[in-house]
Design a protein around this ligand. Structure first.
Ligand code: 5GP
Ligand code: ZN
Length: 115
C-alpha cells in the first residue's frame, strides 16, 4: 500500500490541502486536536528525524518555511501557535513519514505535555 502521506501528496488519497510548493505539502489533520491543526510534510519521503543527514538537512528548512506559510494562511501567525514533531514510537509517531504538526487557534495551547 505504500506510505499514507506519500499517497496524500500524490493525490491518491484525498486531503484538505492548505498549501503546496515544489518541496512541501500541508493539509488539515483528519483528527484535529486544536481549532487549527495542520500537518506539513516534505515531498521527499523520510521516515523521521533519524534519517536526516547533512546532505538532506534542507528538508527541515523547507518544512519550517512551510509551517510559517500555513500559520499565515490559517491566520494564527500573529497570535502564536505550537509546533510538534512526534519522533519514533516513544515520541508518539504513528505515521512513518516525517511531519510537523501546526496547532493553534485558541488563546493558549496549555501545558506542553501531560505529565
Ligand atoms: P503522529 O502521531 O504520527 O505524529 O501523527 C499522525 C497524524 O496524522 C495524527 O494527528 C492523525 O490524526 C493524522 N492522520 C492519520 N491519518 C490521516 C489521514 O488519512 N489524513 C489526514 N489528513 N490526517 C491523518
Ligand atoms: Zn512517505
Amino acid at each position: 500500500m505504500g506510505c499514507l502521506f506519500c499517497n496524500i501528496i500524490e493525490g491518491k488519497i484525498p486531503s484538505k490541502k492548505i498549501f503546496e510548493n515544489d518541496r512541501v505539502f500541508a493539509f488539515e489533520d483528519i483528527n484535529p486536536q486544536a481549532p487549527v491543526h495542520a500537518l506539513v510534510v516534505h515531498k521527499t519521503h523520510t521516515k523521521n528525524l533519524d534519517e536526516l543527514t547533512p546532505e538532506n538537512s534542507h528538508i527541515m528548512g523547507d518544512l519550517f518555511m512551510g509551517v510559517k506559510e500555513v500559520a499565515r494562511i490559517r491566520g494564527i501567525d500573529a497570535a502564536g501557535y505550537r509546533v510538534i514533531i512526534n519522533n519514533g514510537t516513544a515520541g508518539g509517531q504513528v505515521i512513518w513519514h516525517l511531519h510537523v504538526h501546526v496547532m493553534g487557534g485558541k488563546p493558549a495551547m496549555g501545558p506542553m505535555i501531560i505529565p
